[in-house]
Design a protein. Structure first.
Length: 367
């Protein structure tokens, strides 16, 4: 484990434009494994519901459930496959047109699978598995039921997207607040540090000024909803470099980063507020030297970052430690908005140290 920061990233990286924002899609990614499993589960539940709603005796439930399950799962899997194939054209359409097209695909899939059943399973009608009005009735019922169920599903997805948009709006509003409130005492302390260094080490003073400029440039940037992991790490290094000049031997930073994908997309200002909390609540209130450990790993398609800091032992400092919640809540909301259901932000106490851990997928494709 190294006890000094890795080589500093070029300053051009900090000012490089972040990837462009993408408008959220109304329809989910039907190519994803979680969506596929969800489609299979809800399809089977629909088959059970249809079997229970039949007017036939309950004793024949299992005999009806098997063919119904095959029929319904065939419909939902064909529909999901077509929506997966058409995902790019659907995302290019206006919202209402995409919804109507998706509903048409679902209905067409139901009718096609039902029609194939009438051809491939001719004995099913004689066995009483079709409605009393025969194959024609089966086609009409399949189309109408799929239209109703598909419309309900798309309505649910719309409401879910509205909820996600609201969560993102709240998270972005808190980000603007976070961007607007770099603590005044940090600025004043930094300026005092720079003023002192101009007398003893002008070259180091110039470096701290550049770090401070980069930090404020990132804090005031409002034109992007994401940045890269490399830029976030570079920003955290600059912040810690400024604080190291002020706190001196009271602050020790240990970097332990291995094989991290620098181009991984993350929300802006994800790491710096957590590092700032580590300094403000863990190192600054303590009269003893403190340590901040920043550990990063990339394993099994996921990036794991942890920020661990020692804590002061006095009761007053422990009360101040409670202030960590606001930044952590903001980070959690923005990570969930960008990586729905796949990112984790946790905090814990480990051997008396405070530990925050972020885990998110890479590579990642916005659904």
């Amino acid at each position: 484990m190294a006890t000094s920061p890795p080589p500093r990233a070029p300053r051009e990286a900090a000012s490089k434009a972040a990837p462009a924002a993408h408008a959220p899609a109304l329809l989910p990614d039907f190519c994803s494994l979680p969506m596929t499993l969800g489609v299979v589960l809800y399809g089977e539940l629909l088959a059970i519901l249809l079997a229970l709603a039949s007017s036939s005796p309950l004793a024949g439930f299992w005999a009806r459930l098997g063919p119904l399950s095959l029929l319904v799962l065939g419909i939902v899997m064909l529909g999901a496959s077509l929506l997966c194939i058409l995902r790019i054209p659907l995302r290019r359409m206006p919202g209402p047109a995409a919804v109507v097209t998706a509903l048409a695909v679902i209905v067409a899939s139901a009718v096609a699978v039902a029609f194939m059943c009438t051809i491939l399973v001719p004995w099913a009608e004689a066995a009483g598995l079709f409605p009393d009005d025969g194959a024609r009735g089966l086609l009409i019922r399949a189309g109408l039921i799929s239209a109703i169920v598909g419309a309900l599903m798309l309505r649910y997805l719309y409401l879910h997207q509205q909820w996600r948009s609201q969560v993102e709006a709240v998270a972005n509003a808190r980000l603007k607040t976070l961007q607007a409130r770099i603590r005044p005492h940090f600025l004043f302390n930094s300026m005092n540090t720079i003023a002192s260094l101009t007398q003893t080490d002008p070259r180091l003073a110039e470096e701290v000024v550049e770090d401070l400029a980069d930090l404020f440039r990132a804090s005031l940037a409002t034109d992007a909803d994401r940045t890269t992991l490399a830029e976030e790490l570079a920003l955290s290094r600059r912040y810690l470099n400024i604080e190291a000049q002020r706190l001196g031997e009271r602050l020790r930073v240990i970097w332990d980063l291995e094989d991290l994908p620098g181009d991984a997309a993350v929300p802006p200002l994800i790491l710096q507020p957590l590092v700032e909390n580590a300094v403000y609540h863990g190192i600054q209130p303590s009269s003893q030297p403190g340590v901040i450990r920043i550990v990063g790993r990339y394993r099994r398609g996921a990036v794991s970052l942890s920020i661990r800091n020692t804590l002061p032992r006095s009761a007053d400092a422990a009360r101040r430690h409670r202030g960590n919640g606001m930044a952590l809540q903001n980070v959690s909301q923005r990570m969930e908005a960008m990586f729905p259901g796949t990112a984790r932000v946790t905090r814990s106490l480990v051997d008396g140290d405070y530990l925050v851990r972020l885990v998110f997928p890479y590579p990642w494709r916005q659904s």
